[in-house]
Design a protein around this ligand. Structure first.
Ligand code: SF4
Length: 286
């Protein structure tokens, strides 16, 4: 089994990511976010398993790859899934990438990433933490087994203090859940105060399985969400909100990002002209 693969082999037409590799030490994720997309293609997606591999295997794969392209860890299955606190797998794999000269994009929803500052600060690394809301009760309904937003912000602050470039993903924006201007402003202000340099956002893309989970978690929004998504666009294997509504939500985030002098990008939305950051994934900060 190949461990490190080119990012997004199916390459969605709206993706603006620069070329990079992707590596996931786990299959499946224990954060169990209701909107999670991996449940449509990862078997037993909410039961994380450590992938079977050796450090030697990783080293051998890295020797054949292009060091100018960063490695994203990870795009499906959070590398700091709850079990990582015991398995310490990331503490084993991060040094392998760093000593082989690879730049890293760490993507997570867990403050556990701050545990590895000692290792991360030795490499060229950008850490992206998802913060969808500052409201702990809403976060618990959305991302039931992920650490609370306040812990993620503390981690961002610690990473920034250590000189590690950070960004947040305000992602996904779900109407009625976290799309109001006050909520967006609160997230971005807290992130900016924690030293974060960029926000990348996106709107919720519905698939039949995650849509059912979202409606179960937010039954009071059933009518509104069904109405919005029944008038949406089918892109790839997902249903997006209608373009006008997406643009409106994306612009709300952009406006606050500009006020706070943060870089801005949107993920797979089709509005690259709105980006102010050089890259959507933080590659330019490496
Ligand atoms: S952290 Fe990411 S991979 Fe894990 S459940 Fe949440 S959305 Fe899915």
């Amino acid at each position: 089994m190949t461990l490190i693969i080119p990012f997004d082999p199916w390459r969605g037409r709206l993706c603006t990511c620069p070329p990079k590799y992707s590596f996931s030490p786990y299959a499946g994720c224990g954060h169990r976010c209701v909107y999670c997309y991996i449940t449509s293609y990862v078997p037993r997606a909410f039961q994380p398993r450590v992938k079977e591999f050796t450090v030697l295997q990783l080293e051998n794969e890295l020797k054949k790859l292009d060091r100018s392209k960063p490695v994203s860890i990870a795009n499906s299955s959070d590398p700091y899934t709850p079990g990582e606190a015991q398995s310490l797998l990331m503490r084993e794999v991060l040094p392998v990438f760093i000593r082989n000269g690879f730049k890293l994009l760490i993507v997570t929803k867990s403050d556990l990433v701050a545990r590895d500052i000692d290792i991360l600060s030795k490499g060229r690394v950008c850490v992206s933490l998802t913060v969808t809301t500052l409201n702990g009760r809403v976060a618990k309904r959305l991302e039931p087994f992920a650490p609370p937003p306040v812990s993620r912000l503390r981690a961002l602050e610690a990473l920034s203090r250590a000189g590690i470039p950070t960004m947040i993903r305000l992602d996904p924006l779900i109407p009625g859940v976290n799309d109001d201007s006050n909520s967006i402003r609160a997230v971005l202000k807290a992130a900016s105060a924690a030293g974060v340099r960029q926000v990348t956002t996106s709107t919720y893309k519905a698939k039949s399985d995650n849509f059912k989970r979202v409606l179960t978690a937010f039954p009071e929004l059933e009518e509104e969400l069904k109405n919005i998504y029944s008038h949406g666009e089918h892109i790839g294997r997902s249903t997006y909100m209608a373009k006008g509504l997406r643009r409106e939500l994306i612009l709300k985030v952009r406006e606050v990002a500009e006020e706070l002098s943060m870089g801005f990008a949107a993920c797979r939305e089709g509005f690259p002209e709105l980006h102010t950051a050089e890259t959507c994934d933080g590659s330019h900060m490496l």
